[in-house]
Design a protein. Structure first.
Length: 56
């Protein structure tokens, strides 16, 4: 599960950066950036929830 979430996180970050160069400014760019941002936040939250217990 963690490798899949890491892959989704990385893919969404790359997509968000590349969308700024590939898509012209406008509503489509904003919508795609919001979607990729939500995916980044969701996968980061999933990774945070699946982290192991800390050993102190």
């Amino acid at each position: 599960m963690k490798p899949l979430l890491r892959f989704v996180l990385l893919a969404a970050i790359v997509a968000n950066v590349s969308l700024n160069f590939l898509v012209e400014q406008g509503g489509l760019n904003i919508a795609l950036s919001v979607v990729s941002g939500v995916v980044v936040l969701a996968s980061a939250a999933g990774l945070w929830m699946l982290r192991g217990p800390r050993e102190s």
